[in-house]
Design a protein around this ligand. Structure first.
Ligand code: URA
Length: 257
């Protein structure tokens, strides 16, 4: 264990499963580890890239969401039902379930992950696999339980083979997440991992440069602090980064005190 930590920090780190410090695999970036680790039951990775010289087909322009549904007027039940029937992108063809989100509608912490994995798709609930167990342990270390926060994802449907969400899929799903944030009105939004952070903030900055400080999410009633931290699946593969995740949790606790 690390020396110089107070008792509460030591207990919290132990609850998060930090028994000893280990180094990340040589040369492995946070992003690479996160992609590799995202789903504890990851299916084989999608084929790498198109053959050299191949010209990707342009994606058809998505219809504007406002043409078909007015999510801004929806309460949680209407939003949940709309998400359950959503066919705005191709992911509805391969999903078993939509994954709306789970937790307290009065939550002061709202976690946003990337997209459901295989287990989440089967159960219709976010973060139920090994990454979810670590997230629960991290919460417990702060004195909170899963039911007291709200947990959602950028995408409500699982991308096949756990590939990254496409720009179009994220754009089609964004109004749902925006409405969830507006309804819950958390004191702090926590982006779990690079994809969630970059989508929420609209940047392509690496995660390491986004974490460690409070960003802002603009709402009608003013800005809400947004903190970026590591995806728990990445922490499972890189337990040496849990110390930084604990620093992020401390920042979140300070911001919501
Ligand atoms: N990873 C995510 O980003 N979200 C989940 O719900 C599960 C794994």
């Amino acid at each position: 264990m690390a020396v110089g930590l107070d008792r509460r920090a030591r207990r919290a780190l132990a609850l998060m499963g930090i028994e000893r410090w280990t180094l990340r695999a040589a040369g492995e970036s946070a992003e690479a580890g996160e992609r590799r680790a995202r789903d504890s039951e990851a299916a084989p990775a999608a084929p790498a890239s198109a053959p050299a010289g191949a010209v990707p087909a342009p994606a058809p322009a998505p219809p504007p969401l406002a043409d078909t549904i007015d999510v801004e007027a929806m309460d949680v039940d209407a939003l949940r039902a709309t998400v359950a029937g959503c066919q705005r992108c191709g992911l509805h063809r391969t999903r078993a379930n939509t994954v709306f989100g789970v937790g307290s509608l009065q939550a002061d912490w709202m976690f946003v992950g990337e997209a459901p994995g295989a287990q989440e798709d089967r159960q219709g609930e976010p973060f139920v696999g090994r990454a979810g167990h670590l997230l629960n342990a991290m919460l417990h270390a702060t004195g909170r339980e899963r039911q007291a926060v709200f947990i959602a994802n950028v995408l409500k449907c699982r991308p096949p083979n756990n590939r990254d969400p496409s720009a179009d899929e994220a754009a089609q799903c964004a109004p749902y997440l925006q409405r969830q944030i507006a309804l819950i009105r958390p004191k702090v939004i926590i982006a779990l991992g690079r994809i969630a952070a970059q989508r929420l903030l609209g940047v392509d900055t690496p995660l390491g440069r986004l974490r460690g400080r409070a960003h802002q999410w603009q709402t009608d009633s003013g800005p809400v602090p947004l903190v970026v931290t590591y995806h728990p699946a990445y922490l499972l593969r890189s337990p040496g980064e849990k110390r930084k995740a604990w620093e992020d949790l401390r920042l979140i606790m300070e911001l919501s005190a």
